[in-house]
Design a protein around this ligand. Sequence first.
Ligand SMILES: Cc1cc2nc3c(=O)[nH]c(=O)nc-3n(C[C@H](O)[C@H](O)[C@H](O)COP(=O)(O)OP(=O)(O)OC[C@H]3O[C@@H](n4cnc5c(N)ncnc54)[C@H](O)[C@@H]3O)c2cc1C
Length: 389
Amino acid sequence: MVGAACAYYAAQAGLTVTVIDRGPVAGGTTGTGEGNLLVSDKEPGPELELALLSVQLWHELAASLPSAIEYEAKGGLVVASSDDGLRALRGFAARQGEVGVTAHEVPADGLGELEPHLSPGLPGGIHYPQDAQVQPALAAAHLLKAAASQGRNQPRSRSRPRLRLRLGEEVTGLLTGADGAVRGVRTATGEVRAPYVVNAAGTWGGDLAKLAGVELPVLPRRGFVLVTEPLPRVVRRKVYAADYVADVASGSAALQTSAVVEGTAAGPVLIGSSRERVGFDRSLSTEVLRRLALGATALFPVLAGVRVMRTYTGFRPYLPDHLPAIGPDPRLPGLLHACGHEGAGVGLAPATGLAIARCLTGGEPPVDIAPFAPARFGPEPLGPGPRAA
Ligand SMILES: Cc1cc2nc3c(=O)[nH]c(=O)nc-3n(C[C@H](O)[C@H](O)[C@H](O)COP(=O)(O)OP(=O)(O)OC[C@H]3O[C@@H](n4cnc5c(N)ncnc54)[C@H](O)[C@@H]3O)c2cc1C
């Protein structure tokens, strides 16, 4: 998703881009997550700034991309389980409101109007109309397609494809020149020359950084999703319990689960959310699935009688301060990073892509990217750097 967005905005800015992926489109975390575009779960700060720009950009993209990406500006609803919890949510929303987030408190007797199947007796919640959703794999694919069509309406003499897609090809090294700057990448089948390389390798961004001789401590943070059989719209929005925000912000490696339930345009209800750092372990955890199901049925009792169609797991690209790495790497001229977006990479992709395109073309990034500085975890290059080309 992030690589597709970088390619889209770079092609739009007139650059020629080669996207290299060792797998298929959306074969990484993008194909194993959900597609929420959230401002509601972010506290005021650099990530929220990126999210606010991204929801606006997603809105614009949705107008030009096919409806197949399932963009839905459905809004989010965060519900409290106690009066104290509601007070905390109210304070959080007030601080978000100061930086441009729209949030409306919903009293207990207003919850049913927004979500008729929500469990009765909850004390209230906060409605976030800016939250939206896309289908991530389709969104990535259509963004790449749109990138490929950039420049097609140029006069014939200047018309050339702005995007080349090399799938099933692994990057195995970086090429550098005598001046030490990036000259492209080496892949399993040859070399791709370019003055700039953008590391959009998601959870594997740390491995790619290592190939470039620099440190970026991206770790996998595992999550499971339960997918129900297609239903009529029993859940209208993304609805989640207040403790979700604390789980997202936690640095603990231990298992955390909180109830997150959302209806989709296609019918299935998606149920999350879990977080744990267990490396790239793909084994099914019935304990996690049990907790997810319990949380969801507590919020929406109607789901107790519904069948789960499948479950899947993915690995969020986690950096220790929960912020992505975006921008040029001062340790290796010509290398840029756009990875480590953890559980928000779909939402944050457009603003990231636009920022990268601006960096590549010498423009001003649309938001301050200093907090996302790629060298913040280790300012010095690692041992001997990549081999000169
Ligand atoms: C359960 C779950 C739920 C989630 N829900 C949401 C959500 O609701 N909203 C949201 O915004 N985000 C969500 N996320 C997070 C989101 O999915 C990720 O942040 C996002 O997909 C990351 O995108 P990416 O492009 O950075 O990484 P990826 O999609 O992983 O793409 C990286 C690509 O790099 C390729 N690659 C790696 N190394 C190499 C190499 N050496 N050579 C060539 N190619 C290479 C991989 O094949 C891969 O395709 C969720 C994640 C999970 C696991």
